[in-house]
Design a protein around this ligand. Structure first.
Ligand SMILES: Nc1ncnc2c1ncn2[C@@H]1O[C@H](COP(=O)(O)OP(=O)(O)OP(=O)(O)O)[C@@H](O)[C@H]1O
Ligand SMILES: [Mg+2]
Length: 300
């Protein structure tokens, strides 16, 4: 049997945290990365922590409970079947109750505290506690083993936006000192260098349409377009040619900005991955395409 060993950038990395500005594609990219990683054959857990049910919407499944549910199967790779992608929506209240149950054996107490509103109170009054519970859950899933083998090949977290991410991850190392046992205690190690910046995902990359020359000068395009329109049997239409030329020039300006930004990102010294802009919107087929692009670039 021929066994090919893939050379990827993230061998040995078990917890991937996807962050970025609001609306730039964190949920989409996290889902594509989960599918790409699951193509290695092992199950992958995709987690969301903001209670928005973005993952359920993306995979077109009912809202996720506090329970790991299978939402997709990764495409086969090199003839080997793809692994399952599980999803989980974590909320601080459920995570706190689970924590009390798992590490302090406080099942009944957890329920009583919920009835009394103490759990809501505790997680609302101390936002840092909510964050530590969420990151603690991610760390627990990444480390979970059954019969000595990891349950998940990787865990991908659809994390809060960039503005809140450092507090979200840092607070864990501060608060973890307070816990005696369990994943919150262990998060201390994660805070002290366990989490490192990974790759840069460049999402919604536009395909170049303006390599024809003429650049961002509309006049440069108009004459050529007029000729092309005529050749295509659309008659002589200087106005249409001028309008199209203006759009083309606009596109060229956007492309220029995109390339300049791209050079800045490359200078950051982290691996960069391009994810194409998918014009028809994001469905499962689109996620598969994005996952394939990530694998081809060595991200999984
Ligand atoms: N590569 C892409 N091609 C086309 N559309 C995309 C792509 N990536 C994301 N989108 C679309 O952009 C919008 C925002 O994406 P997404 O919800 O993943 O962003 P987000 O960063 O998670 O947003 P939020 O900050 O609100 O959680 C969605 O409508 C999504 O379908
Ligand atoms: Mg999102």
């Amino acid at each position: 049997m021929l066994v090919s060993v893939r050379d990827t950038d993230w061998d040995g990395v078990r917890l991937h945290v996807v962050t970025g500005k609001g609306g730039t594609g964190k949920t989409t990219v996290a889902a594509a990365l989960a599918l790409a990683l699951a193509s290695n054959g092992k199950p992958v857990l995709l987690m969301e922590v903001e209670g928005r049910q973005g993952i359920a919407q993306l995979f077109d499944v009912p809202p996720l409970p506090y329970e790991e549910r299978r939402v997709a199967v990764a495409p086969a790779d090199d003839g080997r079947p793809g692994g399952d992608v599980f999803a989980l929506a974590v909320d601080p209240q459920s995570a706190l109750i689970e924590y009390l149950e798992m590490f302090y054996n406080l099942r009944q107490a957890g329920r009583a505290l919920t009835r009394l509103g103490v759990v809501d109170f505790a997680t609302t009054i101390a936002p840092g506690l909510a964050d530590v519970l969420l990151t603690g859950k991610a760390a627990e899933a990444a480390r979970r083993k059954v019969n000595g083998s990891p349950v998940y090949g990787a865990v991908v977290m659809d994390a809060p936006p960039t503005g809140r991410i450092s507090r979200f991850l840092n607070v864990s190392s501060e608060i973890s000192g307070l816990a005696k046992v369990g994943p919150i205690r262990e998060l201390k190690d994660v805070g002290n260098g366990g989490i490192q910046p990974g790759g840069i995902m460049v999402n919604m990359v536009r395909r170049s349409l303006t390599q024809l020359g003429g650049g961002d000068n509309a006049d440069g395009h108009a004459a050529a377009l007029e000729v092309a329109l005529k050749a295509a049997g659309l008659g002589e239409d200087a106005k249409l040619a001028a309008d199209l030329a203006a759009e083309l020039a606009d596109e060229a300006r956007t492309e220029k900005t995109q390339s300049a930004q791209r050079r800045t990102l490359e200078a950051a010294g982290q691996p960069c991955y391009d994810l194409p802009l998918i014009a028809d919107g994001i469905d499962l087929a689109a996620l598969y395409r994005l996952a394939k692009a990530l694998r081809e670039q060595g991200a999984a």
